[in-house]
Design a protein around this ligand. Structure first.
Ligand SMILES: [Zn+2]
Ligand SMILES: [Zn+2]
Length: 273
């Protein structure tokens, strides 16, 4: 019996004798099955290989955590430290004793919150290790592959954690697509942790919004407009996306506003030839 892990998306599944038939997350039109077909591994197999996690501090109170060599879709989590306890924003598959020690040194975890299913990875391992609840939006409930009593499904449009840290449902890429607002970040000017619900693009003064990034399926204008309207009242200087370098370093609120307008305009003015 094992908790099998899909190597393409990094999701860990519930206990079974043999690997599942397929990974529903990769079979979905927003993802893909690897070129070599469906493959599985386990956390123990990864721990006996050359995987390790690296840490990089972005700013006081915010540290990125990612796995080398790159695993699955190259997910990077963020450790957010506050006076009232730490939050793991998004999650990665790989977890080992070294990683646990680094996080325990910084005060452990009080909660885990995740933007959408492509970052569910081995969240239950993390939750059990750190004795922390996981906050997921209930609209993404069907994508949980390893159910656990540690998971709390929240509903509605916002969920307040503490110290003003708030989860916001923006939808888009997934119906329960969530971002995290951290008002004390960026020296009190505010930070948004967005996963790829708001995707930082190559020109890091801009962001984008997609139903599927790997398969390049855009979102309809009304969904992008809703994201824009939901985020508009929140002030933030910086935005941290889903991967290491995907950061809007300054003027991020304006970047989201003008990017949403550019996107909607592009949909409205498709060239006729
Ligand atoms: Zn998968
Ligand atoms: Zn995604």
């Amino acid at each position: 019996m094992d908790y099998w892990i899909c190597t393409t998306c990094g999701t860990q599944f519930t206990l079974s004798q043999i690997p599942p038939q397929a990974c529903p997350i990769c079979s979905d039109k927003r993802q893909y099955i690897g070129y070599e077909g469906q493959k599985w591994t386990t956390l123990a197999a990864m721990q006996s290989g050359d995987s390790h996690n690296v840490f990089k501090e972005y700013e006081p109170g915010l540290t990125g955590i990612g796995t080398e060599p790159t695993f699955a879709i190259g997910q990077r989590a963020l450790l957010l430290q506050t006076d009232q306890g730490n939050i793991l924003w998004d999650c990665i598959t790989y977890l080992d004793d070294d990683t646990v020690a680094v996080i325990q040194q910084r005060g452990g975890l009080k909660a885990i919150a995740i933007s959408h299913p492509h970052f569910y990875t081995s969240m239950v391992e993390w939750a059990e290790q750190f004795d922390a609840p996981i906050y997921l939006h209930e609209a993404n409930r069907r994508w949980v592959m390893r159910p656990s009593e540690r998971i709390t499904f929240w509903s509605g449009e916002t969920h307040h954690l503490w110290n003003g840290v708030t989860l916001l449902r923006l939808g888009g890429h997934f119906p329960g697509g969530t971002v995290l607002y951290w008002p004390q970040g960026a020296d009190g000017k505010g930070v948004l942790l967005s996963g790829d619900i708001i995707q930082v693009v190559a020109d890091r003064r801009w962001v984008s919004f997609m139903y599927s990034y790997p398969n390049l399926i855009p979102l309809p204008a009304d969904k992008v407009l809703r994201i824009r309207e939901t985020i508009e009242p929140y002030q933030f200087e910086r935005l941290y996306g889903a991967w290491w370098e995907r950061v809007v370093a300054q003027d991020a609120h304006q970047a989201v506003m003008r990017s949403a307008e550019r996107y909607i305009q592009a949909l409205d003015h498709v060239p006729s030839t």
